[in-house]
Ligand binder design. Structure first.
Ligand SMILES: NC(=O)c1ccc[n+]([C@@H]2O[C@H](COP(=O)([O-])OP(=O)(O)OC[C@H]3O[C@@H](n4cnc5c(N)ncnc54)[C@H](O)[C@@H]3O)[C@@H](O)[C@H]2O)c1
Length: 422
């Protein structure tokens, strides 16, 4: 790109799109954030960030530049030099739902001009950029990819809740549908991230993202299965994991937990399995096994709740149970697919009096029978059982150890004689 682009459209202003838009503004671009959700648009316009990756102050500064506009109206896209697609890629009845990508590509096709660049960032199965996005852009604009406009795929790698710095400090995998596209993709990302890693095709870049998340998903499942067995075998799996992690090579630390959540891990590996099935008519067995183990974890945790209460001569029905942590992951406010919800729902079904505390999580769609409470000494003292589900760093674990009568800790953060671990 010889003439540096000035106008960037980011389609989807969610956990991925908003930080991207903010970074682009900070790097000097004029940015239009296209977002379907009116509430989200209002929030962003009022400089109220919904993601831990962007502070309200940072958003206010970006809003004040006059170079960022968030809108629900596709006609506001205007003529752009760069468009980035960061829309959701959910599963619908177990099948990849690319309707959001199709919709975004259709909108962009209408404003596409020669020389522009379009990059898909949503996680998806290999072939999506070539087989879905490209034909929509070409048919809607009358232009040809890699000749008249550039097209690429670049997966997002943000790690919610972890203090690893902003996304642009993590190497970014980039790709193009041809050599000219790759050059354009590279020229753009070099202006907003510190390091780019080029791969030879959009399919390889799409596969890279699924590989990363499937690796994480299956390793968590492995630790979950070992944790369930270790508990019956009377071995401290947490101590063994920490000891194994001292090996400087050949071992990467993953830990068990009450189940996987968020937008990525419960979904992305199934995209890979679906794609392998479609192409080769075989299942990716690791993915299915990991799904089975990880989705079974909330049920296993509830079984352990039964056991812990039984040991104290109590039934689950009528027992007061305090769930600590509602977010799917430590130090985030994101509750998408959170295992805490699955645990709460099951306990309610068995007649438990469920209380839950998570100061990071605002009003969410949680069964109204769950009492939202603060983590106080009184609350801890009144609980028949405290279950640690999300280990935010700012929970007072000493207070829990001092005050709770019984603790089931799925994250290995509380220490004391009354504590049992996953
Ligand atoms: N959240 C993460 O940690 C993470 C990390 C890496 C990759 N991803 C991937 O990035 C993609 C986006 O994830 P997210 O977490 O940002 O999702 P999100 O739901 O937070 O944000 C997506 C936004 O796109 C909007 N949208 C949908 N269709 C639209 C359209 N046609 N026009 C305008 N706006 C539209 C939605 O209203 C939503 O606000 C997904 O493919 C996800 O798998 C997410």
């Amino acid at each position: 790109m010889e003439n540096e682009p000035t106008r960037v459209v980011v389609v989807g202003q969610g956990y991925v799109g908003l930080p991207l838009a903010v970074r682009a503004v900070e790097c000097g671009y004029d940015v239009v954030g296209l977002e379907l959700d009116h509430d989200r648009v209002k929030q962003i316009t009022a400089s109220e960030s919904f993601t831990d990756d962007i502070s309200d102050a940072e958003l206010a500064e970006v809003n004040a530049t006059g170079r960022y506009r968030v809108t629900t109206d596709p006609n506001d896209c205007g003529v752009f030099q760069v468009a980035l697609i960061t829309v959701p890629t959910p599963l619908s009845e177990g099948i990849p739902d690319l309707s959001f990508i199709r919709e975004a590509a259709t909108v962009l096709a209408g404003c596409l001009r020669p020389g522009a660049l379009v990059v898909l960032e949503s996680t998806t199965y290999p072939g999506t950029t070539e087989e879905i996005v490209r034909p929509i852009l070409e048919a809607g604009s009358g232009l040809r990819a890699d000749l008249d406009f550039s097209l690429g795929f670049s997966p997002e790698r943000i790690d919610p809740g972890r203090d690893r710095g902003p996304f642009w400090q993590t190497p970014k995998v980039i790709s193009g549908v041809g050599a000219a596209s790759l050059r354009a993709v590279e020229a753009f990302y070099r202006t907003i991230v510190e390091e780019v890693v080029s791969v030879s095709s959009t399919q390889v870049a799409e596969m890279t993202k699924l590989l990363e998340n499937t690796f994480r998903h299956t390793n968590i499942a492995l630790m979950n299965e070992i944790a369930m067995l270790a508990s019956d075998l009377d071995v401290d799996v947490w101590e063994a994991i920490d000891a194994a992690a001292t090996k400087p090579y050949g071992f990467m630390k993953f830990v068990p937990g009450p189940g996987v959540g968020g937008h990525c891990l419960p979904i992305d590996p199934s995209y890979l399995d679906w794609w392998v099935m479609r192409r080769l008519n075989v299942h990716l067995r690791f993915v299915n096994l990991a799904n089975e183990i990880n989705t079974g974890m909330p049920g296993y945790v509830v079984g352990r709740v039964f056991g812990a209460l039984n040991a104290a001569g109590r039934a689950v029905r009528g027992a007061r149970i305090l769930l600590v942590g509602l977010a799917y992951k430590a130090n985030t406010s994101d509750v998408r697919e959170s295992a805490s919800f699955a645990v709460a729902e099951r306990l309610l079904r068995f007649g438990a009096d469920v209380h839950a505390c998570d100061p990071r999580v605002g009003e969410v769609d949680l069964d109204e029978r769950v009492a939202r409470v603060q983590l106080t000494r009184e609350e801890l003292l009144s609980a028949d059982l405290v279950v640690i589900l999300t280990d935010h760093d700012d929970f007072d674990y000493d207070l829990i150890a001092d005050s709770a009568r019984r603790v089931l800790d799925t994250r290995h953060r509380v220490h004391g004689r009354q504590v049992e671990y996953l």
